[in-house]
Each structure stands twice: as C-alpha cells, then as structure tokens.
Design a protein around this ligand. Sequence first.
Ligand code: SAM
Ligand code: SF4
Length: 327
Amino acid sequence: MKQLIDPFGRKIEYLRISVTDRCDLRCSYCMSEDVEFLPRQDILSFEEILRLAKSFAQLGVSKIRLTGGEPLMRKKLPELIAGIKAIGGIEEVLMTTNGTLLTQYAKPLFEAGLTRLNISLDTLKADRFHKLTRRDRLQAVLEGIAEAKKYAFEGIKLNAVVMKGMNDDEIIALTDFAITNEIDITFIEEMPLGEVGYDRSVTFLSSAEIRSVIEQKYTLLDSTYKTGGPAVYAGLADEKTKIGFISPHSNNFCSSCNRVRITAVGRLLLCLGNENSQDLRTFMRAGCDDKKLTDKLIDALRLKPEKHDFDLAEEVQILRFMSHTGG
Ligand code: SAM
Ligand code: SF4
C-alpha cells in the first residue's frame, strides 16, 4: 500500500477536515465580530469530503477529525460521519465542537459512529462566556455536555484556551468541572492565528504556568496516555480525569507530527503554522481521476515543513483564522 511519508520520515495517519468556516459563536481569539463567511459554493460538498477521506484512507490515514468553524453548522453532519466511518481503513472519526448544539445532536452523532468528542469550554461564568464568545450560550454548552455524557462515546474531552487576564483565574474551576464530570480536559496555549484586535503576547500563558496553577491543588502524575494528537497528558491520583497540555509555543511537538489538514475550501494544509498548501478543490472540480488525486496527495507531502515557528514578538505571521483552518 502506498503511504503518506514526508521528507522527514513522518508518516501521516491523521487528517483534520474543516467542514465549514461558519460558526454560531465569535470567540475573540478565533474570529472578529464582523467576520465575513465564505460563499457556500466555495465550501467542499459532502461528496467531495467523502472522496478526499477515501483517498487519504487508501494512503494509510486511519483517523479523521471533523472541525471548523462549528461543524454542527452543517445540518446533516451525522450523515457525513456515517459515510466516513464506512470507509475501509478508517478506525476513528472524531469531532471538535463548541457544544452549543449538542442537546440536539449528541444522539445522532453517537448513532452515526462518532468515536470521540472534543468540546471547547474556556469559562464557567455566563457573563465571561458572553464576553469571550460574543454570544450568551454558556447554558446551552453545559446542557450539551450533560447530553453527550448519556452516550457511550469512547471519550469526551474539554478543550480550554487559557489567556492571561481573561480566564486564567478559572484553571482550577475548569479542572474541578472535568473531574466532577469524569471527563478529560486539555489546556491549550493561544496561537497567533489571524489578527484579532489585541496583543496576544500580553494574554499568552505557557503550559508550564498553567500546570503550576493546577499543582497548587492537585498532584499531577506522569502519564504515557496518548490520543495521537499533540497533547501531553498527566494523571490525577484517585481520579479518572486526565489533564492534557497543548503547547504549540513552549514545547514544539513537530517531530512527532502525524497529521495534515484540509480547510473548508479544500486547501490541503501541511502544517498549522505555515502557509504551504495545495488546492485540492480546484483539482477535483476540474475532473481529476482517483489515481491522479492520490498521486497529488503523495506529492504534496514534500511541502510539509520540518517544524512550525510561532513568534509572539513578530507581527501576525499567519493571516489565516483558526476557523478557516480547523483546530
Ligand atoms: N468551533 C469548534 C470549537 O470551538 O471547538 C471547532 C473549531 S475551533 C477553531 C477548534 C479549537 O481551536 C477550539 O478548541 C478553539 O478554542 C481553538 N482555537 C481557536 N483559535 C485559537 C487560537 N488562536 N489559539 C489556540 N486555540 C484556538
Ligand atoms: Fe467558533 Fe470554535 Fe472559533 Fe469559537 S473557536 S469562534 S466556537 S470556530
């Protein structure tokens, strides 16, 4: 079987697909209030996404994460998930969501075969949630988490981006919430993706600082737990919850990178922190056959850089917003 191996010997087994750039929230670190969404015809259709998923599976990809924007903005998402799950070689289909629509969708997602669910939650305070996301939807997210817990997903994990002066006083409260709910939580360092109207070097908090706050209350145990993503995990004595740290700045995880991304408009992105890409949508819409498509994917791997280079002291280097790329 042909495989996707980059010039640095890394094997690609994990694909993240942004299924839309649209979202019902406007998180201040992710997009501006007056964001303009892309025309619908520019976004990949479900047929195009399934075709790409199949080509990647033929090249050894076994794990696909759907993200966005907010993936649940695509109303028939469970159908897409069932379609991807049915592709030979695909073992896991995961999704990252803001959780606002989970009361409605948790059941159909589970029935469609979704393996794991990441739910973003940066605060437990309603007024702060409103300020951070520019929408008053905390209660919907909390109810969505409760609903998702009713189904036997292989894992539910919270994702929290921590920013100094914005939500860093809730690190313990978020950890406690994860423990009470017996789910995992990952704390993420903010990444400089897109111009968002404030100086990210002021709000930046490193994973080491986040960890030391948690250690004021809990003893963190070394853990070898891995989910195939960039997070490094710690365990807690007597608790089921694992605590993850994603450190794009302070702990460059590029040497073990096993993933590539497809943006909502079908651009294959070889690295989150780099603009190298291939336009797969135009290629598919021009009528390429399946062999040409897999050859194109294999060839694109030469564009994967050895590592990303985020520097907070520089002007914004990556003009893409996370919502276009998929987190
Ligand atoms: N809308 C979904 C959600 O919020 O979970 C999925 C897409 S969102 C872009 C994926 C993840 O990226 C979220 O956990 C979000 O907090 C994170 N994110 C967005 N912008 C970020 C940034 N500049 N730095 C770090 N994480 C970011
Ligand atoms: Fe929407 Fe997710 Fe971006 Fe927040 S982080 S604005 S929920 S895409």
